[in-house]
Write a protein that binds this ligand. Structure first.
Ligand SMILES: [Zn+2]
Length: 108
């Protein structure tokens, strides 16, 4: 997550404060929702809703290559949730894997 934030020049210097996870998706994808912070983390994005960025993770589990996408969302200048897109749903997200590489893309 910090990887996404620091890769986006519009967010790299934002004051995130402490982030608390208040809910986790029940489908097993490991997406999480953050508690609404008491202040606006990035006033540049007041009134807007989008993603800060995303990470494509390419990994290997049991001799099989796989991909996972992680997206960091914000609403009104505040981080809202981290979404994990698991392409093999409804298979469970693997607990262990060997990472091959990752690509960080930001919304800018
Ligand atoms: Zn889910």
């Amino acid at each position: 997550m910090h990887e996404i934030v620091s890769a986006n020049p519009d967010w790299a210097d934002a004051n995130l404060g402490e982030l608390f996870v208040i809910a986790e998706c029940t489908c097993g994808c490991q997406s999480v929702i953050f508690e609404e912070p008491p202040f606006v983390q990035n006033p540049k994005f007041l009134g807007r809703q989008a993603i800060v960025g995303e990470i494509d993770i390419h990994f290997r589990v049991d001799d099989k290559d796989d991909w996972m996408l992680v997206l960091l969302h914000f609403t009104d200048g505040k981080l809202t949730y981290l979404e994990v897109v698991w392409y093999n749903f409804p298979e469970p997200v693997p607990k262990n894997w060997t990472e091959i590489n990752r690509i960080v893309r930001t919304a800018r």
